[in-house]
Design a protein around this ligand. Structure first.
Ligand code: NCD
Ligand code: ZN
Length: 358
């Protein structure tokens, strides 16, 4: 029986670090395991300019240094935030090209207006951003998409499919050279769409969508800490995602979508969407991959496919994971000032844990 696994150090291709005291509380957890992360720009106000992205990167760096020094970690690994800009109807193509050319950003994020947390300034119609997308295609800049339609008449469980049919499919045809990542794919339809493309199209997958389906969230009581967007789907979709993640296809890679909200804002009559999974992502992934006898595919999914798609070098460090006979105890929450954030509960005992990063 395999009880130890060493892989190239992973990266997180979709991460919410927030800002201020929240960021100071969560950044260290990601930096402990991941070498790099694509940082989502949905702050309030959003990260829309090169100057915003520069300033946010500097705050992340500062928070990361503070976090490392406060735990007195001997781990000298560095953490590199890969910044993104938040696309709006007003985004100037020149701003995006300059931010990318100056090495400040690695991608641009498209939120349909109103689709998710802090997306009010998002895009109202693809036509409004075509000049930006054309400039991105010309300059080889990756577009990350939150793929959900926001029309109120569309059922929340169908929003990814309708977005693909109405927006992503046509965009894919209109701009074949644009490199697109469909973020946090959650449906069979989404996986099929990615696999049907001949080039320039990939998707991230979250640990929680691999581990859970909507029954986990809704049967026997409603579990607000499982509420995220795109919402958990039925078990058949979960199965398809597991097959995509564990199948070795380079078009699928890890994006945790770790999205911390304080417990009080989630355990509410109108709770926020987001799962905070950064602390146990690697344990969850090893569990999921082992369950389908695909531990040999974990390195590709977590540590190689994303870097290759983003055309970035692979990490040199390695991560060792070990499997114990008894369940791993992860902290159930982390403190954020006077409040706390609840850590993702995978719903099953986990036996794998990260032993070291070297
Ligand atoms: C994210 C957040 O809280 O910022 N929430 C979530 O449920 N995933 C936003 C997002 O990625 O949709
Ligand atoms: Zn997200």
């Amino acid at each position: 029986m395999t009880n130890r696994l060493t892989i190239r150090q992973p990266d997180d291709w979709h991460l919410h670090l927030r800002d201020g005291v929240m960021m100071e509380s969560v950044v260290g957890v990601t930096a402990q395991h991941f070498c790099r992360a694509i940082i989502m720009p949905n702050l309030v106000p959003p990260v829309v300019s090169e100057a915003d992205a520069r300033a946010y990167a500097a705050r992340i760096e500062q928070a990361y240094r503070k976090a490392s020094s406060s735990v007195g970690t001997a781990n000298t690994a560095t953490f590199t935030p890969l910044m993104t800009l938040y696309l709006t109807d007003q985004t100037d193509p020149a701003e995006v090209v300059s931010a990318y050319g100056n090495g400040v950003i690695k991608a641009v994020k498209l939120y349909p207006a109103g689709a998710t947390t802090n997306s009010a300034s998002g895009v109202t119609s693809i036509d409004n951003v075509m000049p930006v997308l054309e400039a991105m295609a010309e300059n080889n800049i990756v577009l990350c998409i939150h793929g959900e339609i926001t029309r109120t008449s569309v059922d929340i469980f169908d929003r990814e499919k309708v977005f693909i049919d109405e927006v992503l499919g046509p965009l894919r045809q209109r701009l074949p050279e644009l490199r697109i990542v469909l973020e946090h794919v959650t449906t069979e339809h989404g996986v099929d769409f990615i696999q049907a493309q001949s080039k320039n199209t990939a998707a991230t997958i979250t640990p929680h969508h691999l581990m859970l389906n909507r029954n986990h969230m809704l049967v026997g009581g409603i579990r607000p800490h499982y509420y995220c967007l795109p919402i958990l789907k039925r078990a058949a979709h979960q199965k398809k995602l597991v097959a995509a993640a564990t199948g070795g296809d380079p078009r699928f890679f890890l994006g945790t979508d770790s999205a911390p909200h304080t417990a009080s804002t989630k355990e509410s009559a109108c709770g926020c969407a987001g799962v905070f999974n950064a602390p146990n992502t690697m344990s969850v992934l090893a569990h999921v991959f082992e369950a389908v006898q695909a531990l040999d595919k974990l390195e590709g999914f977590a540590s190689e496919h994303g870097a290759n798609f983003y055309q970035l070098p692979l990490n040199n460090r390695t991560m060792s994971l070990v499997k114990q006979n008894t369940p791993v105890q992860h902290a159930e929450q982390i403190q954020v000032g006077a409040e706390h954030v609840v850590v993702f509960d995978p719903g099953e005992p986990l036996y794998w844990s990260v032993e070291s990063v070297n």
